[in-house]
Design a protein. Structure first.
Length: 260
C-alpha cells in the first residue's frame, strides 16, 4: 500500500476474524518496530507478544474487559525497559543508574515510537489494531501478569489481527487547530469554538447513533461531547486514581530515584 493510504486509512479495529497471523508476518511487523528512532540508540523498550488464550483471559480484566483482548489472535505490549541496559552496564563496569523518572520517560517514548512503527507495518499488511489506554492505566496489574522485572513498565499496547469489521475513519481536529509556527499561539474562545465545531457535531452524532452510547448519555443527563469526555469517559476521579497507580508502580519498578 502507499504510505499515505496506510496513514489516512487508519481506524481502530475491535472485531477480528478467527484467523492466525503467521510468524513470518509477525516478525516483519516487529522488525519494523525495531527500526524506529530511539534515544541514544539505547532501544530502551521491550515488546511482549501474547498469544496464549489463558493469559489473554487474565489480561482481559486488567484491560478493563475490552472484547478485543480475547478476540484478537495477538496482543502486543510495548514496555519501557532499562532492565536490559542496566545489566549490560554492570557487565561492562559502567555506572548503573537509569532508575529515575527521566529514564522512564525516555523508555516510554522509545516504546511508543516502536509501537507506531509496528502499527503502520501491520496495517500495511492488511491487519488491524486497536490501541488500549488500559496498558498504562493498569500497568501494575499488567506488569504482574507479564512477569515484568524491576525497571520495566508497560506503556503502550494494542490488539492485532485480521479485521472482521470496516468502521468509518474517525474525525480529526483541523490542521490549523494543532500546528503552531515558531511559537505557541494560545487560542481565543472564538478559535476554540471553530476548531472543535466538527468534533462537537460528529462526535455527538456517533454517541446518538449507537444505542448503548445513547442510553449512557441519556442516563447521565449529558448534553454535549465535552460532558461525555469529562463526566462519562475520563473523569477527574479516574485520572487521579490511575495517576497514583502509575506513580506507585514506577516506584515499585525502580524508576523514582530522583534525589542526588
Amino acid at each position: 500500500m502507499d504510505l499515505n493510504d496506510v496513514i489516512f486509512g487508519h481506524r481502530s479495529i475491535r472485531d477480528y476474524e478467527d484467523r492466525e497471523v503467521s510468524q513470518e508476518l509477525l516478525e516483519q511487523i516487529i522488525d519494523a518496530g525495531i527500526r524506529a528512532s530511539s534515544s541514544g540508540n539505547m532501544q530502551s523498550y521491550s515488546i511482549i507478544v501474547t498469544k496464549d488464550k489463558e493469559l489473554k483471559r487474565k489480561l482481559y480484566t486488567a484491560h478493563m474487559e475490552q472484547s478485543m483482548v480475547v478476540d484478537a489472535p495477538i496482543l502486543l505490549t510495548f514496555c519501557a525497559d532499562f532492565n536490559r541496559m542496566r545489566k549490560w552496564l554492570m557487565l561492562n563496569d559502567a555506572p548503573v543508574h537509569f532508575d529515575n523518572y527521566m529514564s522512564f520517560m525516555i523508555g516510554a517514548i522509545d516504546a511508543s515510537l516502536a509501537a507506531q512503527n509496528c502499527a503502520l507495518a501491520a496495517e500495511n499488511a492488511g491487519l488491524g489494531i486497536c490501541y488500549m489506554g488500559s496498558t498504562l492505566a493498569n500497568c501494575d496489574q499488567i506488569g504482574k501478569l507479564l512477569n515484568l522485572p524491576p525497571n520495566v513498565v508497560p506503556v503502550v499496547g494494542y490488539s492485532l489481527g485480521y479485521p472482521a469489521e470496516n468502521p468509518a475513519p474517525r474525525d480529526r481536529l483541523p490542521r490549523h487547530g494543532i500546528v503552531h509556527y515558531d511559537q505557541y499561539h494560545d487560542y481565543s474562545e472564538e478559535e476554540i469554538l471553530e476548531i472543535y465545531k466538527d468534533r462537537n457535531e460528529k462526535g455527538w452524532k456517533r454517541y446518538m447513533d449507537i444505542p448503548r452510547l445513547k442510553e449512557m448519555t441519556e442516563r447521565l443527563g449529558l448534553k454535549n461531547l465535552a460532558q461525555v469526555y469529562t463526566i462519562a469517559k475520563y473523569t477527574k476521579e479516574s485520572h487521579i486514581e490511575f495517576s497514583q497507580t502509575v506513580l506507585n508502580y514506577l516506584e515499585k519498578q525502580n524508576f523514582m530515584n530522583n534525589d542526588d
